[in-house]
Write a protein that binds this ligand. Sequence first.
Ligand code: CMP
Ligand code: CMP
Length: 306
Amino acid sequence: LQTPLTSTVANNKKTDKEPRVTHPKTDEQRQRLQEACRDILLFKNLDPEEMSQVLDAMFEKFCTEGEHIIDQDDDGDNFYVIESGTFNIFVKVDGTEKLVGCYDNRGSFGELALMYNTPRAATIIATSPGALWCLDRLTFRRIIVKNNAKKRKLYEAFIETLPLLTSLEMSERMKVVDVLSTRVYSDLQQIIAQGDLADCFYIVESGQVRITMKRSRTKTDQEEEEVEIATCSRGQYFGELALVTNKPRAASAYAVGSVKCLVMDVQAFERLLGPCMDIMKRNIANYEEQLVTLFGSSPEIEQQTA
Ligand code: CMP
Ligand code: CMP
């Protein structure tokens, strides 16, 4: 990987003794970097000082179509945040590479080998020219891994109470904590919009979430009304349906009062929550009943799970 010649490793005596990596950036680069990092879940729980150290340490890498950014089983060097480009994810199953997903101009990858000191768990290949922001292993471990230790302490007890995660081993539940980030919403704020493409899954930590669905008032009526179909409170989850069905969001979600949610991205959802799928599917079957009770039929869900 190219490292700009201007990069420095400085000793910062004010906050800690560990070396700090700084890759100088133009204003334009820093702005693009901030934009690319805005929705990265692993960065959400960092305090402003930690975030600024992460941004200082990141450096840009351009890639070409077909380039292997990561090869499964290699050692981990960097964590990557996507600025642009599309990438395929392959995982070896019984010796053959299987396409398990892709990234489309957003998201991040390469955290697992750095978090758990394990070989790379997947191969990532660019399927277009692209631009990535890279964070070196040492800075990642110093800041993100340390932050994860705090997160585990904070959420361990709560995670243990979630019925959804009972099929997971303790170590798997801790991996769930590692990938979760918190998001706070104010009263009436929209969390999910019906019809949007989906890229994350939510668990309510505090407050109430109102789930609503748009329905035509009559069969011939063009106007739609938004009807409340459920509420979720502490320990309950939502936003799984679109990830399971690969369809747009089936309903909207709004905060009632102030709400705190734990959020997980689709890749982590697929990688970690496989064993919880039975519970989720049983619950999805309940959605149909719920809609039949409310509306007399549930065409949306029937189409989605067909
Ligand atoms: P890492 O193991 O460091 O390098 C490969 C990356 O691919 C991995 O971190 C994850 O960020 C990402 N990835 C995406 N989907 C998967 C998956 N299903 N299994 C393993 N890794 C995945
Ligand atoms: P998703 O479709 O991803 O986004 C909206 C969420 O609302 C959906 O996932 C479910 O988690 C949740 N939900 C709750 N009740 C229902 C229901 N009856 N039909 C569809 N979605 C529901």
